[in-house]
Design a protein around this ligand. Structure first.
Ligand code: HEC
Length: 141
């Protein structure tokens, strides 16, 4: 090897390094794209699940909660709430709001119908079954 680090050596390191990392990035992107359909079990997105997602968006649940780690940090993570609390809990919870317990953070009542609550629960059930590689690490967010 030369004792002097020449311009052409520097250029080769630059191009070689860039090409290596661009190829690595493309390979990882391809790997993720191939793995996604299985991890997000999209074949289970029924009309009810899609309706639940619309209700989730229209009522800005994400303004206080996180879903799979993304969102606001005022209230608990909900991506896994169906698994944590079990069937029926989400519906009962939304009907019981607000708790009006002094000193406790409050959640409003959204006055949703039974059908809308079932859809919301179906959406959160579907979310809880996504293979997120155990993300977020703190299950209550
Ligand atoms: C204004 C902020 C706010 C909004 C908007 C909000 N929440 Fe909440 N939510 C809270 C707070 C605060 C708690 C925790 C209350 C407590 O522990 O007493 C909570 C708790 C919950 C829980 C129980 C979580 C657990 O781990 O036991 C569920 C389920 C829930 N919210 C669902 C929803 C859904 C669905 C929406 C949208 C329709 C929504 N929330 C919108 C503030 C909010």
């Amino acid at each position: 090897m030369n004792e002097i680090f020449t311009k052409s050596m520097a250029r080769n390191v630059y191009y070689g390094g860039s090409i290596f990392f661009i190829l690595l990035f493309l390979a990882l992107t391809l790997d993720t794209t191939i793995a996604l359909p299985e991890r997000d079990h999209r074949e289970n997105i029924t009309e009810q699940v899609a309706h639940g997602k619309t209700i989730w968006e229209e009522n800005d649940c994400i303004g206080c909660h996180t879903l799979l780690g993304e969102g606001a940090y005022f209230a608990p993570e909900l991506g896994n709430v169906y698994k944590r609390r079990g069937p029926g809990f989400i519906k009962a919870w939304l009907k019981a709001m607000p708790t009006n317990v002094p000193g406790r953070r409050q959640m409003p009542n959204f006055n949703l119908t039974d059908e809308e609550l079932d859809a919301l629960e179906a959406f959160l059930k579907w979310s809880s079954e996504i293979n997120t590689a155990n993300w977020p690490p703190n299950i209550e967010g």
